[in-house]
Design a protein around this ligand. Structure first.
Ligand code: NZQ
Ligand code: ZN
Length: 388
């Protein structure tokens, strides 16, 4: 196990009706709030009214900016920065999923950066200051509610890039699983794949002697795998929705990666897909992750065999670990299909004509991944495996 420092400061407020306490939590940090949200689901399903009532009850002034798109755009971020400056906003409240939260984080850092906010997403600039932010989560997926990351898309060049800083970890995340009953099945499933991917990016490691976190990862994966079909069958299955929602946070709050090298190649390879073709991040991962697995499993067949046996209950063939490892990959793919996710680029209607360009962009700052470092040729091969 490697040395590590672990601190996650986001306060989690979990359970039924908790969104109605948002005013109280917000009042600890700010007096004038930017209420940031997406394309309208929060208004359609009543969350907006509950949040606004709670803010008003707590005597908090607010201005609002809706319209965040999935794969959130830097243009709206720039608009948000102008608004928070003009209105003297001292706190941002993101009500929605990863896209809304990431857009809020971008506004938070852009508020104190003199140049164009996109500079921060392009380079290695240190983030010095950010407005504090809080979250009312409506979809379990990205884990942005307590992560240190924000992922933004720039349509100029179709780049999807991220920043990481403890300064953008939300102060609190309010998580009521009931708010997720209204999710379309596709979003529930895409979210589940993202959660699983966040665990697997940490699971496939070169660090030896990480039994404790291996077991945490395996148990977390098993809980997601068994609860997602229940939520898909019965939208308002509270226990299943609650398990998935809590798993989404734990999958990406840093805990499962403690003491181990993490990979993240599949995420970077996927970001090129959602950057150019605007696919749901989780659906892109359902295509890319199994292709990555097929490409790299020989690097550590034993780890892949362990994954197959402990996560997918594969009956191991001790004389043929390759078979055992491959069976785990097959089961992963089969599961993604069973919950309605695509597992090939063809199913996502992504043609093969820009694979080289995506591989080039993905590796423009050097190789990606740690489990196995991948150069442009490797990434291109993975896109090709993912084609059909
Ligand atoms: O925009 P609205 O109308 O709200 O609709 C959203 C959107 O269409 C809808 N939705 C959300 N909650 C709902 C609902 N519909 C009905 N009922 C509800 N309760 O769901 C759609 C997807 O929302 P989005 O926020 O885009 O999904 P997600 O949470 O999967 O976020 C995806 C983004 O997060 C980034 C991804 O790259 C992607 O851009 N990620 C962020 C990370 C981070 N900051 O740590 C890590 C992740 O790996 C990921 O990269
Ligand atoms: Zn992700």
């Amino acid at each position: 196990m490697d040395n590590f420092v672990f601190q996650n400061t986001t306060k989690i407020v979990f359970g039924k009706n908790t969104e109605q306490e948002v005013g109280e939590y917000t009042s600890k940090y700010g007096k004038k709030v930017l209420l940031h949200y997406g394309g309208g689901s929060i208004k359609k399903y009543g969350t907006y009214d509950k949040v606004v009532n709670s803010l008003e009850k707590a005597g908090i002034e607010y201005v609002e900016l809706g319209g965040v798109k999935s794969n959130p755009r830097v243009d709206l971020v720039r608009e948000g920065i102008k608004l928070v400056e003009k209105e003297n906003v001292d706190f941002i409240l993101a009500v929605g999923g990863g896209s809304v939260i990431d857009s809020a984080k971008a506004i938070a850092v852009g508020r104190y950066y003199d140049g164009d906010v996109w500079d921060l997403y392009q380079g290695q600039l240190k983030i010095k200051q950010a407005l504090p932010l809080g979250v009312v989560l409506t979809i379990p997926a990205a884990g942005s509610e307590s992560s240190d990351a924000s992922v933004i898309t720039n349509m100029d060049g179709m780049y999807k890039r991220s920043i990481h800083s403890d300064k953008i970890r939300p102060k609190f995340a309010i998580m009521n699983p009931e708010l997720t009953y209204t999710l379309p099945d596709y979003q529930t499933a895409a979210g589940a794949v993202d959660i699983m991917a966040h665990i697997m990016e940490r699971y496939f490691t070169n660090t030896p002697d990480v039994d404790f976190t291996d077991r945490l990862c395996e148990g977390s994966l098993k809980a997601v795998i068994s609860n997602v079909p229940k939520a898909l069958k019965e939208n308002d299955n509270y226990p299943a929705r609650a398990e998935i929602m809590w798993a989404s946070t734990i999958a990406h709050n840093g805990l499962l990666g403690t003491g181990r090298e993490e990979d993240w190649a599949s995420h970077q390879i996927e970001h090129e897909l959602s950057g150019i073709y605007d696919v749901a991040h989780g659906a892109g991962l359902a295509v890319i992750f199994p292709a990555w697995m097929e490409y790299v499993y020989k690097h550590d067949v034993e780890r892949f065999a362990q994954f197959a046996v402990r996560v997918w209950d594969v009956d191991p063939d001790f004389s043929d670990l390759n078979w055992t490892a491959k069976e785990g990959i097959r089961k992963t793919k089969e599961y993604f299909h069973s919950i309605g996710m695509p597992t090939t680029l063809n199913e996502l209607d992504i043609p093969g004509d820009r694979l080289e360009e995506m591989a080039e962009k993905c590796t423009e700052n050097g190789s990606v991944g740690s489990f196995l470092k991948l150069n442009k040729t490797d990434v291109l091969k993975i896109y090709r495996i993912a084609q059909e």
